[in-house]
Design a protein around this ligand. Sequence first.
Ligand code: HSE
Length: 448
Amino acid sequence: MSKKGQKDEIRVGLIGLGTVGGGVVRVLRDNAEVIRRRLGVPLRLVKAADRDASRAKALGLPAETFTTKADELLSDGSIDIVIELIGGYDPAERYLTEAMRGGKCVVTANKALLATAGERLFEAADRHGVEIGFEASVGGGIPIIRALKEGLAANRIEGLSGIINGTSNYILTQMTESGADFNEALSQAQRAGYAEADPTFDVDGIDSAHKLAILATLAFGTPVDVKEIYTEGIRSLDAADIAYARELGYRVKLLAIAKMTGELLELRVHPTMVPSDELIAEVEGVDNAIFIVGDAVGETLFSGKGAGQLPTASAVVSDLIDIGRNLVRGAVGRVAPTGYRPESRRALRVRPMAEIESVYYLRFQAYDKPGVLSKISGVLGRHGISIASVIQKSRALGAAVPLIMRTHRAAERQIRQALAEIDAGQDVAGRTVLIRIEGEEDGDAAAA
Ligand code: HSE
């Protein structure tokens, strides 16, 4: 403390020296001067914990700054902010909770933990009068958390949609550019170091759902139960549909969508066709992009690197600076963890998936014989679904051919009922492919 009772440095403890932890060490070291100029006092890494001592050595950390015991750091009363970068649920939650109970502010990048235990963590921050920063949990280096909590705070948010998983966007980009099927593109992503050996969280939409839960919590001032998010990944996408999408003037993206429709909140993650002239369609490879619509600001798009050592470290250190500023000025808790004051948050009801409305791409594997098209369109018509366009790809009498339809806006329940009836009948050779289309009002799109 300085003579005036103000802090003359901010003391940081770091748990986890993996890829992002190493990035934080580097940014704190390489950008120490610009950080001090912005914060007013030095941001000092006083202790780092990891089970693997060789990591500290590789990063050039002095021996006295390193420990293999996270508890040592949690019990150090001189530390102002603890960063948790070990991921997973336990002991990550325990470390964060203990740090807050001890009066320390915390920073985490742990989206899986925030999506499932966020309410407990936010409540603990409030109860103990400390801050919790989680800018790095969504969109890597893109400052999307702060944008929602502060930059867009004047708005009623109408909706947001984003590409928030770089691994699946990389795979979809490969499938689009080279015509590769999912397994080939996944192997390529694994060889390039973008996909994990077990890619489940990324390709099955789970990571996107975790991040969507966090974004929706901030955007709409509501707790979100991640189990209420309809989640469909990219594993079963067929290269043929990606190619047909291109011909029709779309790109297929794994979109995470949250929007208010009436009084209900729609929350969904699924492969989505977006018009190829939309900015979000041009987000390729491991990049992320989040499109937010506010009633006052209109449309905004945030894009950049959604993962990686230094981009993610950039977000973590921005939290340290933000919290550090509040500590220096005695203004801890200035912005509530979710951007809404805890007492004014409201639990919104989630619209059941069967009740959403969308424009649909359908690919029937139709037998090419007289009357089939009219029977299929008859079933759709009986379920109140109006067809916007039809393309039959090739003709081979008696065999199944791809019959592609775009619908006008229709309810998911009606589409599901119609497809169940069609797929159970004699006119198609297999299960009909359904991909939702976003970004156009009524199926009157594009055409390449
Ligand atoms: N696995 C994530 C992705 C990166 O592929 O986007 C970290 O959030």
